[in-house]
Ligand binder design. Structure first.
Ligand code: PMV
Length: 340
């Protein structure tokens, strides 16, 4: 191992799944019941700085975690420390204490996967700051344990999270399917509610897995959709991807509706926007939607159609704000500092 650098800042983008991840075969390790395919979305991002204190037994000072300028709440702090503990165990540096500062430039906890970009940025910053040489695959395995979808945000462009077979989860990580340059799609994100969601994706997923009679059908559906989605991405076949992505999204929500008690993230604006997207497509505007564990809607389109889609989305009652994104690059180091 090279001499430890003490501090690094990493930028990671959120990702939006087209073939969704919903349900875990192992809750502790975040091992999914099926694979998933997502798009990395820039310029939205999480910037995370990790500073390692390597000079004393860690018991003297716990890790310090700042999120968007304030001390992280207990739940977030625990999740971050858990991932740092996994990192320390893998790196063999049990005594190192971390100072983490993370900023999102988009609403946190609004179904925009801030936990995904956050976990990807965290593990990569921990790696770079310490001067370690863990591969993106190893970092993806670590990020997955903080937030399942986080394993996909290490890569740019179009990304697949492999379900894996192993019980220890070492083969359940993301792989790059195609870089951002392969297909410069854009996305309009219609914010219906930027507040925290009523049920976390973690809890809703467990509930669906344990109580929904539709969950097994959902998993079968994902396995069936993955090869077609891979092909549609490789061939830049927009309409095929549109049908697969909307179908996967709606089937995921179908599985949640069957949970006890049911989970419903949509609000009126979400539903109005879904109907509108279908109408626009019938008119010839190339676009399709997807939603995650929240009411906000993401509408994908070719880059040249983005202005039109943003204007139309903004006019829908219940859509409070529209963010613009495009297929983004991999997690990257912004700064590295070696202290004396
Ligand atoms: O990784 P989590 O716990 O944030 O769950 C993500 C779940 C969805 O966003 C709804 C689907 C997905 O594949 O990202």
């Amino acid at each position: 191992m090279s001499k430890p650098l003490r501090e690094a800042t990493v930028l990671a983008h959120p990702n939006i799944a087209l073939i969704k991840y919903w349900g875990k075969r192992d809750d502790r390790l975040n091992l999914p019941c099926a694979g998933s395919i997502a798009v990395t979305v820039g310029p939205l991002g999480t910037r995370t700085r990790v500073r390692w204190h390597v000079d004393g037994p860690r018991t003297k000072a716990p890790d310090r975690v700042l999120l968007n300028g304030s001390l992280a709440d207990e739940g977030t702090q625990k999740r971050v420390v858990r991932v740092l503990d996994l990192f320390r165990a893998r790196a063999g540096v049990h005594d190192w204490q971390a100072e983490v500062e993370s900023e999102n430039d988009f609403p946190t906890a609004a179904g925009l996967a801030s936990s995904a970009s956050g976990m990807a940025a965290l593990v990569m910053a921990a790696n770079e700051a310490g001067g370690f040489r863990f591969s993106r695959q190893a970092l993806s395995v670590l990020a997955r344990q903080g937030s399942g979808s986080g394993c996909r945000s290490l890569h740019g462009g179009f990304v697949e999270w492999l379900k894996g077979e192993r019980e220890d989860g070492e083969d359940s990580h993301a792989v790059a399917l195609a870089p951002a340059s392969h297909w410069p799609l854009a996305v309009a994100i219609g914010v219906v509610d930027a507040g925290p969601k009523p049920v976390s994706s973690r809890d809703a997923m467990v509930r669906t897995f344990q109580t929904s009679p539709y969950h097994t059908g959902w998993v079968t559906r994902v396995e069936r959709d993955l090869p077609g989605a891979r092909r549609a991405v490789a061939e830049r076949d927009f309409l095929t991807l549109a049908a697969l992505a909307e179908g996967s999204c709606l089937a995921m929500f179908g599985s949640m509706l069957g949970a006890v008690p049911p989970v419903l993230y949509w609000q009126a604006g979400s539903v109005a926007a879904m109907h509108a997207v279908w109408a626009w497509r019938r008119e010839g505007v190339p676009c399709f939607f997807t939603l995650d564990a929240g009411p906000n809607i993401k509408v994908f389109c070719p880059a040249e159609a983005l202005d039109e889609v943003v204007a139309r989305l903004a006019a829908i009652p219940g859509i409070r704000q529209v963010l613009r994104g495009q297929v983004g690059g991999p997690a990257q180091v912004l700064e590295q500092v070696e202290q004396t």
